[in-house]
Design a binder for this molecule. Structure first.
Ligand code: AP5
Length: 218
């Protein structure tokens, strides 16, 4: 099954995608993670996108479509793909549809994670990840068992925060979401592919609701 998780920054897309990978053996395609990996490894692409990402603006369609195309051709598709943070513009949505048909795949459903914008600042500023394995945490909602040690891989003192996880950048990211990405909700609704889950519920409850949606379309 191939699904898109759509929602503003901090809606919980990455958190739920990680669960789906474990539960359903799906492949997570997060353009944000791909771009951050390019920055960490110091590639030309990473250097090109660094400032844009830190300001909270969108990287060009051409770059992210290229990244997704590479992954679609290379990925293990047995469990299907979770598109996390892609598409983000109508041009990206059209490109995804073409790319999927080229690899004989189709989009099964688009899950919109609805949230109240007021919770996003807290979710974003409280977020941190393990620098060793990438496991995500939150200062209030998902604390590690020991404050300086990753529950997943056991690494100590590796927790880090994203450069764009501050209130100024979040405002620009939210603006980009409402201007460029939210029209996709109408686009997929009109195609009969849109489902919604309440992203304000607990992490576990949101996961159960996503599983229910997926069971309904399989
Ligand atoms: P990207 O990495 O995609 O960031 P984003 O869309 O802003 O989304 P986030 O990762 O911030 O939020 P999330 O919904 O995954 O939340 P999470 O699960 O971590 O993009 C970064 C940048 O890359 C963009 O600004 C842009 O520059 C560029 N980019 C990427 N893709 C692009 C594209 N397609 N086109 C152009 N440019 C692109 O949750 C957040 C926190 O809340 C966590 O700490 C979590 O533990 C907690 N949490 C999650 N769910 C809950 C819950 N239900 N209750 C309580 N806490 C929760």
């Amino acid at each position: 099954m191939n699904i898109i998780l759509i929602g503003p920054p901090g809606a919980g897309k990455g958190t739920q995608a990680a669960t789906l990978v474990k539960k359903h053996n799906m492949v997570q395609l997060s353009t944000g993670d791909m771009l951050r990996a390019a920055r960490t490894s110091g590639t030309e692409l990473g250097k090109t996108v660094a400032g844009v990402m830190d300001r909270g603006e969108l990287v060009t369609d051409e770059i992210v479509i290229g990244l997704i195309e590479e992954q679609l051709k290379a990925g293990d598709v047995s469990g299907g793909f979770i598109f996390d943070g892609f598409p983000r513009t109508l041009a990206q949505a059209d490109a995804l549809s073409e790319l999927l048909s080229k690899v004989d795949q189709k989009l099964d459903t688009v899950i919109q994670m609805t949230v109240d914008d007021k919770v996003l600042v807290n979710r974003i500023t409280g977020r941190f990840t393990c620098g060793s394995c990438g496991e995500g945490y939150h200062e209030e909602f998902k604390k590690p068992a020991t404050h300086d040690k990753c529950d997943k891989c056991g690494a100590a003192d590796t927790f880090k925060k994203r450069a764009d996880d501050n209130e100024v950048s979040l405002r620009t990211r939210l603006m980009a979401y409402y201007k460029e990405t939210s029209p996709l909700i109408g686009y997929y609704y009109a195609k009969g592919q849109l489902e919604q889950v309440n992203g304000l519920n607990s992490i576990d409850r949101v996961g159960l609701d996503i599983s229910k949606v997926m069971a309904g379309v399989s």
